[in-house]
Design a protein around this ligand. Structure first.
Ligand SMILES: [Zn+2]
Length: 237
């Protein structure tokens, strides 16, 4: 059974999951003001934004388009080592403050709106079920839900399945990364008619080489998707 999630952020995640959040900024440690959650507004403002003329954006987009699997790219932030984005991403992955994922997703949704990127559905890159069990949530799905809250595009979760438990990509070379994720995804049988002839936005947390998102796009294309757009909360060098 496929799940279509729309606007779950305000109704579900935020009030329940962040009941016991600390009142200090996870990045700089200052006391948060009213209305701020987990990260203070000056830390949010300090993260370098992606814009369509940015070299990193242009290089990543060219790489993705060269695969012939991806038609366009949209991203919100630049991932800098030891920078604020890394602190925020780390806090999301390892402290489990899921509303951070929704906030990141809202920024992606705002980028989609201002760049006029539209599609029929948002598809989060899935985690292998073993990793999902370990972590308890899929950060790409949270980002997709946040983006959906801003754009109104529905999230189609569980449409793509991760078939192999792949080792972490961070220590691998470009070629090794591509091999590592090749054939790591499949579309579930129920998902085929949902994808056929549609434009889809594939969502990941950070895009580095793009090998993961290209491998996943490969499966969407094979299932008949007409357009596949890559989206992420951040781009890394
Ligand atoms: Zn701060």
């Amino acid at each position: 059974m496929l799940r279509t999630l729309t606007n779950v952020s305000s109704r579900f995640f935020t009030p329940l999951l962040d009941f016991f959040y600390p009142p200090t900024c996870l990045s700089c440690g200052i006391l948060l003001s009213d209305g701020e959650r987990h990260v203070c507004s000056s830390c949010w403002a300090s993260i370098k934004l992606v814009h369509p003329g940015l070299g990193l954006y242009l290089d990543t987009r060219a790489k993705l388009l060269a695969s012939r699997m991806i038609d366009d790219l949209v991203a919100a932030f630049v991932f800098e080592k030891e920078g604020t984005f890394q602190h925020i991403a780390h806090a999301l992955k390892y402290t489990g403050f899921q509303s951070i994922g929704l906030e990141l997703g809202k920024k992606v949704g705002e980028a989609m709106n201002s760049w006029r990127v539209r599609a029929d559905c948002l598809i989060p890159i899935p985690l292998h079920r073993r990793k999902l069990r370990e972590r308890g949530f899929n950060q790409a799905e949270l980002i997709a839900c946040g983006a959906s809250a801003i754009t109104g595009i529905p999230v189609c979760a569980d449409l793509v399945r991760r078939t192999r438990f792949t080792q972490t990509q961070t220590t691998l070379s470009l070629d090794e990364r591509a091999k590592n994720v090749k054939d790591a995804f499949e579309i579930v049988p129920d998902g085929m008619p949902v994808v056929r002839g549609k434009s889809c936005i594939l969502i990941d947390d950070v895009i580095t080489t793009g090998s993961t998102i290209v491998a996943c796009a490969h499966q969407l294309r094979a299932a008949g998707a007409e357009r596949v757009i890559a989206a992420s909360s951040a781009l890394a060098e």
